[in-house]
Design a protein around this ligand. Structure first.
Ligand code: GTP
Ligand code: SPV
Ligand code: MN
Length: 588
């Protein structure tokens, strides 16, 4: 059904496609042009094969449901490898395999894997096509679902191919669904070769190779060599009533609130404030000649957590997915609308596996996802397409911590901020296969995504303080602190109250309390007017337990020591300062 729409004169690309085809033996090869007609033709094809089904076209026009294999619903960190030449370059934070051994293993798995299928070539550009900060890649896949998702998530097709032909350079990504056997599932990265090979999974982060594999794992390695940063961060634009604009980049681990913060709607009392989204998952940060950090969002769409999305907590996301969206692993209502836990209306009827919903079962999978173009977001910022990106005022780290971490605090300076980021702990979520709710160290929310040794990554972060005295201020937030009644802080739109304080700190408009862990807001400096929250509750949100913190600092030190001699001593110096000050504080 597909016409051969284009090929290329670029020898590098042509030879590579031929080489992959001679290994995988597809019946045909199709080069994607990225047009809307092409997207629709892929949708039609998947409706025929049953890969997609059409949702209620009156209420959810041009929306589709994809049910994945039941064993293939999340990222698989234990099957994700960094295959650098030197094991130490991958570091204790990554699984490592010798590149030659990995290629041999993968050659066996890829051999003939596309027989009877079409090989799709997807040229894509991460970042605005005309930005010098953007980077191109080509993904080869045998999955029409991957093609359709890449269409929504990246700038792909003819314009990307043109840039690749001009630059004669691209990240190579090879993906095949394989036979979905979890024993034969691997997501392997070869940073020195700028190559990704992924087999056996169709799930987002494992299969949409532009996203975590390229824009974080390979890009973080490139960023180390070229003095920039590739981060698991949202980018949000905040305009106050004086029409001053601020750009905040925030790193929270998977399923810990990036999409929600990026799409925030100002709460009551914040009339005159405007919040717009630049990006919801990945930021590439570059420093200019004045030492100012600028960020671009390399993506063009959102692959977001569906459960919990509703018009009260995240109306922008809710509106964005009313049309032109692909839903993966949600349930259905009795009138063929998508349904998920947290949707406020509709009668759930069929679960994500396609069975009649039974009481006690999840209707949607906890890691069910929507894929949608960023332009569907009512608060999409045009600056997401700006070649220079946006100037970053503040960097925010955060995690999901039911205890310990206060609502917000500010790092004392950049190097202390690097300690704060490197120390992030967070409870695991359904975004990755494995246990849920276990606190683990997730430095800068990059544990699953840093393509090289964390010790070198921390050194790289620290190195910026020697290069600029104009760096963003660094903060830490925790929306997830709990008491007997559940989450203490209302979160979502109300998080603007915390961003408001962060911005005031950046403008030097408000004092703060110096504590061992950083600067905390003075009483009443977080605007709670109109919020039904007592002073005692605010105290609870900001309570610092020095003994608990000293234990935390011990566990952080143990974690750092796993990285041995490569760890920058500055980080231990910063660590010691906090510990000494906590000891003093606790003996007062
Ligand atoms: P990835 O796409 O996996 O990187 O996740 P993300 O960081 O973008 O997470 P997302 O915004 O999708 O949020 C994940 C879950 O956290 C959803 O179920 C949200 O409803 C919930 N959540 C987000 N923000 C808040 C908040 O401020 N408070 C509370 N209590 N829950 C939140
Ligand atoms: C995450 O897990 O952090 C995601 C989803 O954003 S995935 O693209 O699958 O990595
Ligand atoms: Mn993510």
């Amino acid at each position: 059904m597909f016409k051969q729409s284009m090929t290329t004169n670029n020898e590098l690309l042509n030879n590579w496609v031929k080489e992959v085809a001679s290994l995988t033996k597809p019946d045909s090869i199709y080069w994607c042009n990225g047009s809307n007609d092409e997207y629709q033709s892929f949708v039609e094809k998947m409706l025929e094969t049953g890969d997609l089904s059409k949702l209620n076209s009156e209420t959810f026009p041009n929306c589709y449901l994809h049910r994945s294999d039941q064993s293939d619903v999340a990222r698989v960190e234990h099957l994700t490898f960094i295959c650098s030449k030197e094991k130490d370059d991958a570091g204790p934070n990554n699984n490592w395999m010798d590149p030659q051994e990995a290629h041999e293993k993968l050659d066996n798995l890829f051999e003939g894997c596309m027989e009877g299928r079409t090989l799709y070539v997807i040229p894509y550009c991460m970042g605005p096509i005309d930005s010098k900060l953007s980077r191109c890649g080509v993904e080869i896949t045998d999955s029409p679902y991957v093609v359709a998702n890449m269409y929504l998530m990246t700038r792909m097709g003819t314009p990307a191919l043109k840039r690749i032909e001009d630059e004669n350079k691209f990240v190579k990504g090879i993906h095949s669904i394989g036979d979905l056997d979890p024993e034969k599932r691997f997501i392997m990265h070869f940073p020195e070769e700028e190559t990704i090979r992924s087999i056996g999974s169709g799930y987002g982060g494992n299969a949409l190779l532009g996203k975590k594999c390229h824009a974080l794992r390979i890009a973080s390695w490139q960023a180390l060599k070229e003095n920039w940063l590739a981060e698991h961060m949202l980018i949000v634009e905040i305009e106050n009533p004086s029409n001053e604009k601020f750009y905040v980049a925030a790193a929270f681990p998977s399923a810990c609130g990036k999409t929600n913060l990026a799409m925030l709607i100002p709460p009551e009392g914040y009339e005159g404030w405007t919040v717009k989204t630049i990006g919801d998952d990945i930021a590439w940060l570059n420093m200019d000649e004045n030492g100012q950090m600028w960020a671009i969002n390399p993506e063009a769409g959102y692959f977001g957590v569906v459960p919990g999305t509703n018009e009260e907590d995240n109306e922008n996301a809710y509106k964005a997915i009313q049309r032109d969206a692909i839903f993966t692993n949600v349930g259905l209502t009795d009138n063929n609308e998508p349904w998920w836990e947290g949707r406020l209306d509709g009668t759930p009827s069929i679960d994500w596996k396609g069975n009649q919903l039974e009481e006690g079962n999840h209707c949607a999978h906890p890691n069910s996802r929507f894929t949608v173009s960023a332009k569907n977001n009512p608060q999409y910022s045009e600056l997401a397409d700006s070649p220079s990106g946006v100037p970053i005022t503040a960097i925010v780290f955060g995690g999901r911590r039911s205890e310990l971490a206060p609502l917000v605090y500010e790092a004392k300076d950049w190097n202390h901020g690097v300690l704060v980021g490197a120390s992030v702990g967070s409870e695991t979520t359904a975004a990755a296969a494995g246990d849920i709710g276990i606190v683990r160290r997730d430095p800068m929310a990059m544990k699953p995504f840093c393509g090289y040794n964390f010790a070198d990554y921390f050194s790289h972060w620290l190195s910026f303080s020697e290069q600029s005295d104009n760096l963003p201020k660094i903060f830490h937030v925790n929306w997830f602190r709990k008491n007997e009644e559940g989450f203490i802080w209302p979160g979502f739109g109300e998080n603007l109250r915390v961003l408001d304080w962060i911005i005031k700190r950046c403008q030097k408009n408000v004092d703060a309390k110096e504590m061992p862990i950083g600067f905390l807001p003075n009483n009443n400096d977080i605007n709670t007017s109109g919020l039904n929250i007592s002073e005692e509750t605010m105290d609870e949100l900001f309570a610092i337990n020095p003994d608990q913190w000293l234990k935390e600092m011990d566990s952080i030190e143990d974690f750092f020591k796993e990285y041995g001699d490569r760890m920058p001593s500055q980080l231990f110096d910063e660590h010691k300062k906090v510990v000494d000050s906590l000891k003093e504080y606790s003996s007062d």
